[in-house]
Unconditional design. Structure first.
Length: 434
């Protein structure tokens, strides 16, 4: 291309800006042919024919560039088809298959289509390249967005205090956009949920999406982190762009301590850049995050970068504790609903499972089922799951929340800057765990 004239270089720039403009591309091919660059002219004519397969002018130009004889001129036109200039008349008897073979290597095919329509069992066609043209088809990530679900806070058993906090601090302004606009409240927000593992933070996030009638998108570090420099930041940006396109959307950042860890403790610059990108996306410059409600969950809030807690980002917090009595009853009912049970005293079972998380309660029901199953295989007589099975399982299951409270107690007592963990301290005092 260095031997091309400035005019041709300018034309190439114009064609690159409008690749589907067939007349413009043919004009470039004419200029190339005029300067003796036949192969380049053939390549441009071939691309023009891909955009307009029936263009007679493109065919005639390709023939001239390939040194083939010009088409014979007709003596006159017909009433249905007016006479065309010689350069635009189709040639009779021209072997187009041979011509295609001749120029097959001039330009690569722009589209690849299956030779025969795929049948019911056929595989899907290959995925396109990433939007920026980089990488192979596997690099393009499709972010999964769930449609508005039917799960609402009414499906969350008990936890009335948590529901009230969510309603006052988060849901009420979102449900009343007109009132929110009156008070200058934008349709965006960020909430950080923290607490011991297995206590229902993800379920609460889905319930919030159901309350708002919003789409739900769950993202973890595995969805964002990439080994190649710059890809993690790009993935983070694409996550938020997808949520913005799906607005109203609840974007749930699971284990946000991994996505937004304290930068002061990081040794790798790439991860620091990812945290910086997360902060930028949360800011949503120019109101880009309208209708995107960011919920984040973590078991270790003390490891989250303090910049994430700045007003306008994840500026509200919610402590999600082990389920209370009403919640434990609802969880136990749910996990026993399809199992064969008899004479189960739920009230007694709720009392002996205090301090167990939702995951612990599911394990109790599973262990009780195993006891009854094993007993049935030993005796040869199928029997129901009874209270003895459930109480025996509950006695064996240790609260998985105990190690978390052991760590959280020290943080709440000695690193409670700005009263961030006052709610946790009050719970620990009430449970006499200090």
């Amino acid at each position: 291309m260095s031997n091309e004239s400035p005019l041709i270089q300018s034309m190439r720039t114009a064609v690159a800006a409008a690749p589907a403009d067939v007349p413009l591309r043919l004009h470039l091919a004419e200029l190339l042919l005029g300067e003796g660059l036949g192969e380049a002219a053939v390549a441009e004519a071939a691309v023009a024919l891909q955009h307009a397969p029936g263009d007679a002018g493109a065919r005639a130009l390709m023939m001239r560039a390939m040194g083939l004889p010009a088409p014979a001129a007709d003596t006159a036109g017909t009433a249905e088809e007016p006479e065309q200039p010689a350069a635009h008349r189709p040639s009779a008897g021209f072997d187009w298959a041979a011509a295609e073979n001749e120029v097959a290597g001039a330009v690569p095919p722009r589209f690849v289509t299956p030779a025969t329509p795929p049948g019911p069992g056929a595989g899907a066609p290959e995925a396109p390249l990433a939007a920026d043209g980089s990488g192979d088809p596997g690099d393009a990530t499709a972010w999964e967005v769930d449609t508005p679900g039917t799960v609402t806070l009414a499906d969350v058993g008990g936890m009335e205090e948590i529901k009230e906090r969510l309603e006052a601090a988060f849901l009420a302004p979102m449900r009343n956009p007109e009132l929110g606009r009156l008070y200058g409240k934008s349709l965006r927000g960020g909430l950080l949920m923290y607490g011991p593992p297995g206590c229902g933070k993800t379920f609460i996030a889905r319930a919030v999406a159901g309350e708002l009638g919003a789409s739900f998108m769950s993202v973890s570090i595995n969805d964002v982190l990439d080994m190649w420099m710059g890809n993690s930041e790009r993935n983070m940006h694409e996550v938020f762009e997808t949520a913005r396109r799906q607005a109203p959307c609840v974007l749930f950042l699971d284990e946000v301590d991994a996505l937004g860890a304290k930068r002061s403790r990081m040794q790798h610059g790439g991860m620091r850049n990812t945290v910086n990108q997360l902060l930028t996306e949360l800011d949503g410059v120019g109101g880009a995050n309208e209708g995107v409600f960011v919920l984040a969950a973590t078991n270790v809030p003390w490891d989250v970068d303090i910049a994430l807690r700045r007003p306008g980002r994840l500026d509200r917090t919610l402590l999600v504790l082990p389920p209370d009595a009403a919640a434990r009853e609802a969880i136990l009912r749910y996990h026993l609903r399809d199992r064969p049970i008899e004479s189960v005293d739920l009230g007694k079972l709720v009392k002996v499972t205090e301090d167990l998380s939702g995951a612990d309660l599911a394990h109790v029901c599973e262990s009780a089922s195993e006891r009854a199953l094993l007993d049935s295989t030993r005796t040869g007589v199928v029997r129901m799951i009874n209270m003895k099975d459930l109480l025996g399982a509950a006695k064996e299951v240790r609260p998985s929340t105990d190690p978390w409270f052991a760590s959280a107690r020290n943080v709440a007592m000695f690193a409670n800057e700005g009263g961030m963990y006052d709610e946790l301290l009050a719970y620990l005092k009430r449970k006499r765990k200090l």
